[in-house]
Design a protein around this ligand. Structure first.
Ligand code: PLP
Length: 406
């Protein structure tokens, strides 16, 4: 089937989004885009209606006015459910007693960095990276050590030589590992993860493994929890995740952290209990519903996203042959190298000329200036409008005629 035919294969519930309704959403994705007279293809929220299982349990909670203080002595039911899910999906067996609730992954990251580092310490992060992670390291007065991805003909690969040199030179205490990776969409292989684990052991790194995109992977790629790699990886890794990306419920603010290092867990538990806030009943109920009853919805979602990622690739490469793009192996974000087009501020340019908000630029890392991140988690027809805005703006803005596709 061709990409354009795929884009017309209508998927009920996912492809009949109402633009007017979306424009009235109060979340940041649509609100900022509407204010900028643009369509949103930026922040990592999806446009699809919430999974029926999540909707039912939230409506039920409200209809029963069951919104008082939750009865969670000894932790929420998420601890056992997370352990069950890890064992079922990945054969990774964890002790529910080592799981803690956090409102979100940024909070989990900041808490762990606060417990493990002092100002001036070095922290290794992959680059490019999710901007709030890079901003967090800077804001906490920590030194950023880059573990860069480099672009090869067939996609993005981690540069282990550069990482090894950076480890020798800067001796970071912590590695923040994002796998599957935002923004490249890479899913690290077993061999790559094993190399990371070897270096983590050699340099005695605490690994904070962000696996928030793990359930949005396209076959044949598969997710391997970093902590499941070896006994050593297990005891030096804090795994942070949530249902917020794979079920599109980021506004409910609910995440989990699994602590391999027990001394760190003890320090975390010694903090005042509400210092970092607490998860809400709707957040926990929705996450449980997602993990227990959301599989059908997620299966359909992945088919739609797979179709969309192919469509982005075929439209971009046909309209702009000079733009480099590798279809992501996971998640709903495409990372495009537009450097050959010679456009000074491509993100601004697309907003002004194409009326589409995308992400990109140096907030993703020093080399990000000529890269764009496109969120393709929307209906076929909105995606076509988004892509038309982007390709037209880029093609009109290209300074070298020979680089335009038409
Ligand atoms: C890799 C990664 N980690 C964390 C987050 C944010 O998670 P949270 O909203 O739970 O802080 C995102 C959001 O897009 C992400 O892509």
């Amino acid at each position: 089937m061709t990409a354009s035919a795929l884009s017309t294969a209508h998927v009920p519930g996912f492809d009949d989004l109402d633009l007017d309704q979306l424009s009235h959403r109060t979340g940041v994705k649509w609100a900022r885009a509407v204010a900028a007279d643009s369509l949103p293809a930026w922040v990592a929220d999806m446009d699809f209606p919430v999974a029926p299982a999540i909707r039912r349990c939230l409506v039920d909670l409200v209809e029963r006015s069951d919104l008082g203080y939750p009865n969670w002595m000894g932790g929420t039911p998420l601890r056992a459910e997370f352990a069950r899910r890890m064992s079922q999906r990945y054969g990774w067996h964890v002790d529910p007693d080592s799981v803690r609730e956090q409102t979100d992954l940024i909070q989990a990251l900041q808490l762990i960095l606060r417990l493990r580092t002092n100002a001036g310490d070095a922290v290794a992060v992959q680059t490019p990276n999710y901007p709030p992670f890079l901003a967090t390291v800077r804001a906490m007065g920590l030194q950023t050590v880059e573990f860069p991805f480099v672009e090869a003909d067939d996609g993005w690969i981690p540069d282990f030589d550069a990482f090894d040199r950076a480890l020798q030179r800067h001796r970071p205490k912590v590695l923040v590992l994002v796998n599957p990776h935002n923004p490249t969409g890479r899913v690290l292989t077993h061999a790559e993860l094993a190399l990371v684990a070897e270096l983590a052991e050699q340099f005695d790194l605490l690994v904070i493994s962000d696996e928030i995109h793990a359930e949005l992977i396209y076959a044949p790629h598969r997710h391997i929890p970093f902590a499941s790699l070896s006994a050593d990886a297990a005891v030096r890794t804090v795994t942070i995740t949530s249902a917020s990306k794979s079920f599109n419920i980021a506004g409910l603010r609910c995440a989990v952290a699994h602590f391999g290092p027990q001394s760190l867990l003890t320090r975390r538990d010694a903090e005042p209990p509400d210092l970092y806030g607490a998860v809400s009943a709707p957040g926990v109920v929705a996450t449980l519903a997602a993990w227990q009853h959301g599989q059908d919805w997620q299966d359909t979602l992945l088919r739609v996203l797979d179709r969309n990622r192919r469509h982005v690739h075929s439209v971009v490469t046909a309209a702009l042959p000079a733009v480099r793009h590798h279809p992501p192996q996971a998640t709903y974000l495409s990372w495009l190298d537009v450097s050959t087009l010679g456009i000074e501020e491509p993100v601004d340019h697309i907003r002004r000329r194409g009326h589409v908000m995308v992400d990109g630029g140096t907030s993703f890392g020093p080399a990000g200036g000529q890269y764009l991140r496109i969120n393709f988690a929307t209906s076929a027809s909105i995606l076509d409008r988004v892509l038309a805005g982007i390709t037209t703006a880029l093609s009109e803005g290209a300074t070298n005629d020979s680089l335009r596709g038409h």
